[in-house]
Every structure is written in structure tokens, then in C-alpha cells.
Write a protein that binds this ligand. Structure first.
Ligand code: PNS
Length: 165
């Protein structure tokens, strides 16, 4: 299925602390499907972050550079407001295991309540990324493990710099 050519824009929101190969897989799929994609870093996530929003934007801009129709930005406040401001009627969410489902379902219904004109689309991750999350990557990196197969090269380097004793 492709909406490319129909002028449809989508927003792919997240914390991206940091961007992983799992996120990149979803970005690649969404970039193939939509004419414009905005990868959006939520500024007000409840989670304590390792990377600043500016660092996360910089890393994302680097990995999204091959796609001219993919832009990267940060947003405050409600996601649906940001999506409407960008002329996007679709929110992309990545789904890994069943454990993601309840939280994502709740968010999708809340967003539909707030903005019935904005649709949430779930994209299944590739099998090799099923277990992958930013939290797991940070945990492995903190313990000195090798994350080079899990995140883009620029992220490996920034993790090393951040976690250097
Ligand atoms: O990668 P994450 O941590 O699951 O991303 C969370 C994010 C940024 C997508 C989420 O916190 C979010 O949508 N924030 C915006 C707040 C909002 O719109 N809330 C109302 C609907 S639940």
C-alpha cells in the first residue's frame, strides 16, 4: 500500500532518546508510503532523557538526510495540534510486541477523541527489531556492551561520548 503521490503527509512522533535501527525501519517504511513525513520529537515526555532534545534532533536529521521529503522537528503540547499545524492527517506509530499495544491503543483513542480528522496508523516493526528500544540500547551502552548493530553509527559515537567515565 502506498499513499505516495496523493499528497498525504504523516507525523511520526516519539522520544527518540536516542533513535534506533527500529525507529529507522519505521521511518524508511513511512517515507516510502507518504509524500511528506515529519519525524517529531516530543519535548514534554515524562521520561528522564539521556540526550537533550537538540542532540536528538541532530542525530535524527543526520539519519533522515537521505530522504528529502522527511523533515525532523520538535513539538510542545498536544501531538494532534502539531500534526494539524503541519497539515498532516496521519500519525505513524511503530508496534513491536503485544506489550506495546495497550498503551498505544489508549493514546490512539485519546488522539481520536481530540481530533477525529487525524488517523493513527500502526506499522509493524521488522522481526529483528522486535526487542529493540531506546531504553534497552541505553542499558547495554551503560554496561559497556556493543550497540553497533542496534543503532546508527553516529548514535554509537554519541553514546560513547555521553557515557564515557
Ligand atoms: O517514544 P515515546 O516515548 O512513546 O513517545 C511519546 C510521545 C512523544 C509520542 C507522546 O508522549 C506524545 O504523544 N506526547 C504528546 C502529548 C499528547 O498529545 N497527549 C495527548 C494524547 S495521549
Amino acid at each position: 500500500m502506498s499513499a505516495a503521490g496523493s499528497g498525504l503527509s504523516a507525523v511520526y512522533p516519539g522520544s527518540f532518546d536516542p533513535v534506533t535501527n527500529g525507529h529507522l525501519d519505521v521511518i524508511a517504511r513511512a517515507a516510502e508510503t507518504f509524500d511528506r513525513l515529519v519525524v517529531a520529537v516530543g519535548r514534554n515526555s515524562a521520561k528522564a532523557a539521556l540526550f537533550t532534545v537538540e542532540e536528538r534532533l541532530e542525530l535524527l536529521r543526520g539519519v533522515c538526510a537521505p530522504w528529502p521529503h522527511v523533515s525532523v522537528d520538535a513539538f510542545d503540547g498536544m501531538l494532534v495540534t502539531f500534526a494539524r499545524e503541519r497539515g498532516a492527517r496521519v500519525l505513524i506509530k511503530g508496534l513491536r510486541a503485544v506489550s506495546d499495544f495497550e498503551y498505544e491503543f489508549q493514546m490512539a483513542l485519546a488522539n481520536r477523541h481530540l481530533a477525529p480528522d487525524v488517523e493513527t496508523l500502526f506499522m509493524m516493526t521488522s522481526a529483528e527489531h522486535l526487542y529493540l528500544s531506546s531504553s534497552i540500547v541505553k542499558e547495554i551502552a551503560r554496561l559497556g556492551g556493543d550497540v553497533s548493530a542496534l543503532v546508527p553509527g553516529a548514535v554509537v559515537r554519541r553514546l560513547r561520548e555521553k557515557l564515557r567515565p
